[in-house]
Design a protein around this ligand. Structure first.
Ligand SMILES: Cc1cc2nc3c(=O)[nH]c(=O)nc-3n(C[C@H](O)[C@H](O)[C@H](O)COP(=O)(O)OP(=O)(O)OC[C@H]3O[C@@H](n4cnc5c(N)ncnc54)[C@H](O)[C@@H]3O)c2cc1C
Length: 312
């Protein structure tokens, strides 16, 4: 007979690892599935300075510590790129290619990815001046000139945030007005360290000796090309949830983020979601871990009640 785990957790970022820790410590049989290596976006982060308990910690180091902690109470770990979840009464089947794993509860912790500009230099200088996270990397650019690409809430909010570190921040936007909320715009226009370049798109991120030196931009109305000096390029042209495999479950909002209540429950009993993949306002390690702990605990209650019900 197939093995039925109490819970399968999909994604070994901080949210999934915290859920694994809480579920396995509550004595649930727990399987953690990951398509890459454990750590999630922490592996793409050089230093983390805003995780309580550490004045500064390397992302991969924190990832290793979390992984050790998550696995210490007997959870199983397997490689797997989950491409489907099928519902079957009280049991859920998780598909990884031809392989199928089964459980009473599922925690989706698959995170999100940043929309890329897809221009020359973006991959090459990623982590060497190109960033998608001002809260994470802004403090590394004290008194430097920075560029922010985008015109929505994130670009304007994060651009404003960056002015506390930077000498000057230039927001480059492809239209002639911002999409951001009015209140954010008003604050930004009053900020003397913020400049705006309108109707322009980034064509290339340029660098020297492995660090960013600036961007080449093109005015979409006049066709004029110019170069802007900058040590950092922060890209905010959208974030996309990793929810392709779960679309058919109808647990996402119109942008694809999974909607939960504060217990991390989706509208499907026994399916939970945690971390960046959720519809939420602050996507950070500390909130991911909080979600994971909450879900681990709620899964425990769910599975206990379900087993009582089955045996009645
Ligand atoms: C460059 C950068 C720097 C950052 N710096 C900081 C910082 O300094 N401080 C801070 O608090 N936050 C920082 N963040 C944000 C932080 O990393 C995220 O908020 C956090 O990692 C979210 O955790 P998560 O577990 O929800 O998702 P993720 O960390 O994205 O982990 C999701 C995991 O799920 C896996 N996965 C996805 N789809 C599947 C699938 N179908 N099957 C199996 N596995 C799957 C992925 O491979 C990944 O390992 C930074 C982010 C970036 C990109």
């Amino acid at each position: 007979m197939e093995k039925v785990y109490d819970v399968i957790i999909i994604g070994a970022g901080p949210a999934g690892m915290a859920a694994t820790l809480y579920a396995s410590r509550a004595n649930l049989s727990t399987l953690l599935l990951e398509r890459g290596i454990p750590g999630g976006e922490m592996l793409n982060t050089s230093e983390i300075e805003n995780y309580p308990g550490f004045s500064s910690v390397l992302g991969p180091e924190l990832a290793n510590k979390m992984y050790e902690g998550a696995m210490q109470f007997g959870a199983e770990y397997a490689y797997g790129d989950v491409n489907d979840i099928q519902l079957d009464g009280h049991i859920k089947h998780v598909h990884v290619g031809e392989k199928v794993y089964s459980a009473f509860a599922i925690v989706i912790a698959t995170g999100a990815h940043h929309r890329k500009l897809n221009v020359l230099g973006e991959e090459q200088y990623n982590g060497r001046g190109v960033s998608y996270c001002a809260v994470c990397d802004g403090a590394f650019f004290k008194n430097e000139k920075l560029v922010v690409v985008g015109g929505g809430d994130s670009a304007v909010e994060e651009g404003t945030y960056l002015t506390q570190f930077a000498k000057e921040v230039t927001i480059i936007h492809r239209r002639d007005q911002l999409r951001a909320q009015k209140i954010l715009q008003d604050r930004a226009f009053k900020n003397e360290k913020l400049n705006f370049i309108w109707d322009s798109v980034v064509k290339e991120i340029i660098g020297e000796d492995n660090v960013v030196k600036g961007v080449t931009i093109k005015n979409v109305k006049t066709g004029q090309i110019q170069q802007i000096d900058a040590r950092g390029v922060f890209i905010y042209v959208g974030t996309l949830p990793n929810t392709q495999a779960f679309k058919h479950l109808n647990i996402t909002d119109e942008e694809g983020w999974i909607v939960t209540n504060e217990k991390m429950q989706t509208t499907i009993p026994g399916i939970f979601a945690v971390g960046d993949v959720r519809a939420k306002t602050l996507r950070q390690v500390v909130t991911a871990v909080g979600d994971g702990g909450q879900a681990g605990q709620e899964v425990y209650h769910y599975v206990e009640q379900l087993k009582e019900q089955i045996h009645e």
